[in-house]
Design a protein around this ligand. Structure first.
Ligand SMILES: [Zn+2]
Ligand SMILES: [Zn+2]
Length: 201
């Protein structure tokens, strides 16, 4: 496939987004570009102004790293704003949810994307440069699979209510955002309920 050059109007915002993303990393790389393109596309699909400055959209990124930051700058959804969650499945993909309507879309690179970029690149062009160029200029449909989805988790419970706090009956540590587990009358943090990811050293 040759590289079609038909950037949608919203791609005019891409350079600025990539500058922001690169500033976070001190470098720009193909996965940040994919992340930013994913975010731009999701905004259009949901019919919402991106990047968000509110909490209306929730994003599930399926890997950490550069891709996630590209998604954040384009969508305005960040871990620190509680509008981005990591579902660490090691996949360059993200699902964007309009929490007001429940509409959701999962966007992932087409499985043959990298091989198409490699095969279509000009003689002598480095792979990295070919990815960078293609991801910035190819149209969405050449880059991504887009799938409307329905969440199988409890969105309200996940978002929870701001300001909710309690204390674990065993370790006495504070638990916020409704993450406690109640079992036989006891309020427990997830550590004490058996989900601890560390041991005392
Ligand atoms: Zn990177
Ligand atoms: Zn505890």
């Amino acid at each position: 496939m040759t590289a079609p050059v038909s950037p949608a109007p919203r791609l005019e915002r891409l350079p600025e987004l990539l500058e922001q993303s690169a500033a976070l990393h001190r470098h720009l790389c193909p996965r940040q570009v994919l992340g930013a393109r994913t975010g731009l596309m999701a905004g259009e699909w949901l019919g919402l102004e991106f990047p968000r400055t509110d909490k209306r959209v929730l994003v599930f990124v399926e890997t950490d790293g550069c891709f996630a930051d590209g998604v954040s700058v384009a969508s305005g959804c960040w871990l620190g704003r509680r509008t981005l969650r990591l579902v660490d499945h090691g996949k360059v993909a993200a699902t964007f949810v309009d929490t007001r309507t429940g509409r959701a879309v999962r966007i992932s690179p087409r499985p043959d994307l990298r091989s198409r970029v490699r095969e279509g690149r000009p003689e002598g062009q480095k792979r990295w440069d070919a990815y960078m160029a293609a991801y910035q200029t190819w149209p969405d449909e050449a880059l991504f699979n887009v799938q409307p989805v329905r969440l199988t988790l409890d969105l309200a419970a996940l978002i929870s209510v701001a300001g909710v706090r309690t204390v674990c009956d065993r370790c006495r540590e504070e638990i916020i955002n409704g993450r406690e587990i109640t079992s036989s009358g006891e309020t427990l943090c997830r550590d004490c309920a058996g989900e601890r990811y560390w041991d005392p050293a």
